[in-house]
Ligand binder design. Sequence first.
Ligand code: AMP
Ligand code: ZN
Length: 432
Amino acid sequence: MYWEKDIETIPREKLEALQLARLKESVAKASSSVFYGDLFRKIGLDPNDITTLEDVRKIPFTTKDDLRDHWPYGFLAVPKDDLVRMHSSSGTTGRATVIFHTLNDINEWTNIVARSMYMTGMRRSDVFQNIMTYGLFTGGLGFHYGAEKVGALIIPAGSGNSKRQIQLMQDFGTTAIHIIPSYALHLSSVFEEMGVDPKSDTQLAIAFLGAEPHSEKTREKIEQFYGLKAYNSYGLSEMDGPGVAFECPYQNGMHVWEDNFILEVVDPDTLEPVADGDGGELVMTTLLREGMPILRYRTKDLTRIIPGPCECGRTHRRIERIKGRTDDMLILKGVNIFPIQIEKKLMDIPGVGTNFLIVLEREGFNDLMIVKVEVQKEFFSGDLKQLEGLRRRIVEDLKSDILITPKVELVEPGTLPKSEGKAVRVIDNREE
Ligand code: AMP
Ligand code: ZN
């Protein structure tokens, strides 16, 4: 059941001692980069000043802007010849940040992805279809290498081409998939269109859901439709990519592989550590990275540490599913709203289809939220006007949660823009 029992179940004191030893090395390595070299000189930090794990707080935070300002090579801690691969973030705003890896970096990353997949029950007998974009995005190659290390047969399908995905699953007996949750919902309507029932007509047993926030309800929907177990997979390119945190069979939070990373949760406004179990922004430090160590990176992802041990016996702490990003938060009439709150409510309402879109407009001095919701195929008779009851229910349910009254528009199944990558949930037409 464990990929590496000793390290996965290592007692906390030993894990922390290992982290400290690795943190010292990581800080020493980082000091050879232009960025950290300058920073440490400026603040007078010597790698030898790190004598306890708490001393990580002596290091200032690193932000996406720091990565951008020192693009492309300002964070390199090794000569360029030692690098074997680059990846980049899939960010839509500003210049994508790039991350460089040595061969050891790739091997360590591959190992935590393999460890994560193995934890959910994937084995060499599995047929793994990777429905993720290959290329600069880490979801493709990251999972590919991990699955190869586990020894599964990989179908490197890439994203898109929905009918072909389903054909591949049927022809080659796919048992495990890696898929973006919004795409999994979309793909379910293509299954229906083709008259294929994944529960009886495929051998699917495991799905890895990653790359974007999704609610427990969406997981349940996917598990029920496909007849499989779906595991939440969290990662970001700055910390390798997938494999950073992953759900175990207990599906209660994601274990962060603390032998590879230091995990902190801070208040995004004061940047002070929050109390154990409280919500805040996830901050992470690489412990094994050679090519491009990154210390105290502000991920912008909001979560909390789930206190207490996990029943699976692993000692690496768990984080709760990501609630959203600090930069995803919508402020409307002074109310803070995360798109995932809307998703959560919508997925609970019978008759709601697989896709929705939030559009923000300004009317005079007022902000207006329009939620466009696809209707489920079986509910749709050809006339949206007959579904006024459903529309009202959506307005009421959303209002009870987000405290403002959105305008809800029902749309026909399959008519909202689909994305093969991360879903675009919000279009903000308000002017500055
Ligand atoms: P990238 O730019 O491709 O490195 O994307 C990393 C970002 O994707 C993270 O910082 C998160 O905001 C988001 N992300 C990745 N996996 C998950 C997940 N399982 N749940 C929620 N958000 C995720
Ligand atoms: Zn566990």
